[in-house]
Design a protein. Structure first.
Length: 346
């Protein structure tokens, strides 16, 4: 690495290549962040915290993506706080615009009447479609197998002292999450019926040991709205690049629900991971203390909390609250719950 312990003041920034050149790991991984120029202050805070809690030990590179060019101020402020290399990418217009089969007037009418969060937003819909179907096709990610999604205003509460990407690879995981939650039904009215049409036509994609019983309480008849919160993801890009996922995304995209409803990338990713992966390829991180407004993943386990020097209060933890789905995830996977989980249930 390029030595955070250097004491010489006013030392010039080292050439950007040194950090990754000396890496011994074979894991091809990067942080990926879709952001706007106006998110600069929030993302710099987040990245600096990520460096302090994790990346100052591992020096994984960053990729920033935007539908508009990043400003020189944005690039220099990011470069100033990281211990690794960074690429800034522009999203091709074809990945952030309406497919020709979408009726844009119908989409506009939906936005005028939708009564759910971000219901009136056109850019939010492009964002959700991009995170579902396109970020993993960006050429800056071609050389990577793994990514860790980073959003502005998020925070790591605890030190992460092991190489999370290496751990995922060594343990045959494909998708890792910190928070799960139930979706607003009004945003995805036809997502499940569309998914079932796809599954009926493509049963070969359904994994044998899948997590259908985590996302459905009636063997697949209905969706229980549980999903992994996608603002944090550590996952394998090759899953999104798989035939199963690409065909699933294309099927959803043709139906238009990203624009005629407000399908989120979180339920889309989660349904795919739950059905096309075997359940042991999905991992919950009890040890990665995490915050995205308004919820926290804060370790209830005393020894994890102490070892990680966590700055969160376990009583703020969302994991076992009613609106989370992680309690059901523990049940589904028959995992041992930490002491104290019951006080979050009423
Ligand atoms: P929420 O977490 O669902 O409330 O949505 P956010 O506002 O946090 O957006 C999700 C992610 O997409 C964040 O990383 C945002 O910075 C990013 N994002 C949202 N809209 C846009 C956009 O129009 N352009 C770009 N470049 N990024 C966006
Ligand atoms: Mn967010």
């Amino acid at each position: 690495g390029n030595g955070d312990s250097k004491t010489t003041p006013l030392k010039e920034k080292e050439p950007e290549s040194t950090a990754t050149d000396t890496k011994t790991t074979t894991v091809k991984a990067a942080f990926v962040s879709l952001v706007r120029n106006q998110d600069l202050q929030e993302i710099v805070e987040t990245v600096r915290n990520l460096e302090d809690r994790f990346n100052s030990k591992f020096h994984y590179p960053y990729v920033f993506l935007n539908n508009e060019p990043f400003t020189p101020e944005f690039k220099s402020a990011i470069s100033n706080v990281i211990s690794s290399t960074v690429d800034f990418g522009l999203i091709p217009p074809a990945h952030w615009s309406y497919p020709e089969w979408i009726d844009q007037e119908k989409a506009a009418t939906v936005r005028q009447t939708a009564d759910y969060i971000y219901g009136d937003s056109e850019s939010y819909r492009h964002m959700c479609r991009y995170e579902s179907g396109f970020f993993w096709r960006h050429e800056l990610l071609d050389k990577f197998d793994w990514y860790w999604r980073v959003e502005p205003s998020t925070k790591l509460h605890c030190n992460v002292d092991y190489d999370v990407f290496q751990w995922m690879q060594d343990n045959n995981k494909m998708y890792g999450f910190t928070v799960s939650i139930k979706e607003f039904e009004s945003t995805i009215k036809t997502l499940w019926s569309t998914t079932k049409e796809f599954l009926d036509a493509n049963p070969k994609f359904i994994a044998k040991d899948n997590m259908m019983d985590f996302i459905s309480n009636d063997k697949g008849k209905t969706y229980n709205l549980c999903h992994f919160w996608s603002n944090f993801e550590v996952a394998n890009l090759n899953f999104w690049r798989s035939e199963a996922y690409q065909e699933y995304f294309d099927y959803l995209d043709k139906k238009g629900g990203f624009f005629y409803e407000r399908w989120g990338d979180a339920p889309v990713h989660s349904i795919a991971a739950s059905l096309f992966l075997s359940s042991d390829q999905v991992h919950y991180f009890p040890d990665i203390g995490y915050f995205h407004n308004p919820y926290n993943n804060c370790p209830l386990d005393q020894s994890i909390w102490q070892k990680g020097k966590c700055s969160c209060e376990p009583m703020w933890d969302f994991t076992f609250q009613t609106y989370s789905c992680t309690n059901e995830y523990y049940d589904f996977k028959k995992l041992k719950k930490p002491d104290g989980w019951k006080k979050f249930r009423n």
